[in-house]
Design a protein around this ligand. Structure first.
Ligand SMILES: N[C@@H](CCC(=O)N[C@@H](CS)C(=O)NCC(=O)O)C(=O)O
Length: 216
């Protein structure tokens, strides 16, 4: 049997969700090794000393340790997904803005104890303003960000918007523009999302990981 690429992943990490979504959408298979962030396996740190998940280790030894590069690897391996057919540069720019501008406010809203000098309420506002500026106008036009079908930008962004929404669901759905709430719910309730979110047990060195995605 040919060795599968190995994906070090953490179920609840939105970057790792992004990578799993890309792999799923491209119809690829990997050996998933579930990581607990406070107990990272030595094998993962050796492969990628910056020690963030996700990390993909390819059978030829190449290491891909940025979530967006893992999606790119998946899309290069299977160019048929169509995820980047529509306005690829605009999609990538949107995800740059999400990672660079939205994510810091998400962290400050979600983990106020880590940022005692930065009022969470301010960052909740900054996050919602970002959503209104960057996502709402697109979702007022079609059901996904770059058309009616899901794109790279949808899959790379909704796990982060989900995390933001889940800090206070009632507040989010009362305050987000309706097309944004509808879009998020559609993605959260999709079979695609269910397929990347089964509960995984922590990978133990020396054991085989789990084949991902699991046969449905
Ligand atoms: N730029 C990286 C960021 C990945 C990242 O920060 N992942 C978090 C978990 S969501 C992590 O591993 N943090 C390290 C830690 O908590 O020790 C990517 O896109 O893959």
């Amino acid at each position: 049997m040919t060795a599968l690429p190995i994906l070090y992943s953490f179920r609840r990490c939105p970057y790792a969700m992004r990578a799993r979504l890309g792999i799923l959408e491209a119809g690829l298979k990997v050996e998933l090794r579930e990581v607990v962030l406070r107990d990272k396996p030595a094998e993962m740190i050796e492969a990628s000393p910056k020690a963030t998940v996700p990390v993909l280790v390819l059978p030829d030894g190449r290491i891909v340790d940025e979530s967006r590069d893992i999606i790119d690897w998946a899309l290069e391996t299977n160019p048929q997904t169509g995820l980047l057919d529509e306005a690829p540069d605009a999609q990538r720019t949107l995800i740059d803005r999400l990672d660079d501008d939205f994510k810091p406010s998400l962290d400050r809203y979600k983990y106020p104890n880590r940022y005692p000098d930065e009022p969470a309420a301010d960052h909740r506002t900054i996050g919602m303003d970002w959503i209104k500026a960057h996502l709402a106008p697109r979702l007022a036009e079609h059901t996904n960000l770059f058309g009616n079908g899901p794109s790279f930008a949808d899959l790379a962004s909704f796990p982060f918007i989900r995390q933001y929404a889940h800090v206070d669901c009632d507040w989010f759905y009362a305050n987000a523009p309706k097309p944004v709430g509808d879009w998020l719910l559609r993605h959260i309730e999709s079979e695609r999302f269910a397929a990347i979110m089964p509960k995984y047990t922590q990978w133990v060195s020396g054991e085989c990981g789990i084949v991902f995605p699991q046969a449905s």
